[in-house]
Write a protein that binds this ligand. Structure first.
Ligand code: GDP
Length: 281
């Protein structure tokens, strides 16, 4: 999916989410557990305002579990409840309904007190940046493949609700918001994790960023994966060593830096270097 975020599109996206908010009781803010800050929309607090919200750290299966724990504590200290989930396998997804129910208990108790005997189901909206896993989660919650992947521009249709058991209804179209891509490091992290297309940023720049990060936070994994006795300080030397070890060579036997960049990023995104987290509390 390619979405061009121009100011007009951002305003439209914000308007659309704001409209949807009128229909729901609770927001599920989906972020990437590997980059829970970089994968947030910069205006999310303003946009969601006073609606109850639960943060879902998706793709937790790919994130460093120790760092994910730190993030949960970090958000808890800001009164934000964060749940680690894996929408692909379904791990943690069942808990979402229970947590939402607990969160909305005061509201529904008030309804009961007003004499409404059988309160309606809780209504929820999933919001998040592209590729964070919104469609995957909707499908997982629905238990059937009913949510469409990808966007269909120009098609306006009535809002549909997806029943998740008896207690929850989910808007079938998620709220799509833009990331904070004007921040260079955020862009590099989004590219490293595969959230934005490789054609948007320079591949070698992204790999340089990723390798420097790994050298600091995951040096042993880097050494093990590429059979390095030590990690060279000089990034070109590191590219050279990885290139020679893994046969990323161009004609004449010189190291092909684009091939090295591709290899490293593919290894990161396919968990060949294990579970990694790029944002740290
Ligand atoms: P959307 O643009 O937010 O709707 O994102 P999608 O649902 O299309 O997901 C983007 C990619 O992430 C797809 O390749 C999914 O298979 C993958 N994905 C989604 N959730 C998870 C998850 O929890 N774990 C892993 N490993 N991959 C996921």
């Amino acid at each position: 999916m390619t979405i061009q975020w121009f100011p007009g599109h951002m305003a439209k996206a914000k308007r659309e989410v704001t409209e949807k908010l009128k229909l729901i009781d609770i927001v599920f803010e989906l972020v990437d557990a590997r980059i829970p800050i970089s994968s947030r929309n910069p205006l999310i607090d303003e946009i969601v305002a006073n609606k109850p919200r639960i943060m879902l750290l998706n793709k937790a299966d790919m994130a460093d579990p120790d760092v994910t724990k730190q993030w949960i504590d970090f958000f808890a200290a800001q009164q934000i409840e964060a749940l680690p989930i894996d929408s692909q396998s379904g791990t943690g997804v069942k808990q979402i309904v229970a947590v939402a129910k607990e969160r909305l208990r005061p509201k529904f108790e008030k309804m009961l007190a007003k004499g409404i005997k059988r309160p309606r189901a809780m209504r929820a909206l999933i919001v998040g940046i592209p590729n964070v896993g919104k469609s995957t989660l909707i499908n997982r919650l629905a238990g059937k493949h009913i949510a469409k992947t990808g966007d269909t521009p120009g098609v306006t249709k009535a809002q549909q609700w997806i029943k998740v058991g008896k207690e929850l209804e989910l808007l079938d179209t998620p709220g799509i918001l833009w990331p904070k891509f004007e921040d260079e490091e955020v862009g590099l992290k989004l590219a490293t994790t595969g959230a934005i297309k490789d054609t948007i940023l320079n591949l070698q720049d992204v790999a340089v960023y990723a390798l420097r990060f790994l050298a600091i936070y995951y040096p042993d994994r880097l050494k093990e994966r590429y059979v390095l006795s030590h990690i060279p300080e000089d990034i070109v030397q590191l590219f050279d060593e990885i290139g020679k070890k893994r046969g990323c060579l161009a004609v004449g036997g010189v190291v092909d830096y684009d091939k090295v960049a591709e290899l490293v990023l593919r290894d990161i995104r396919t968990e060949k270097l294990g579970r990694l987290s790029f944002d740290r509390p």
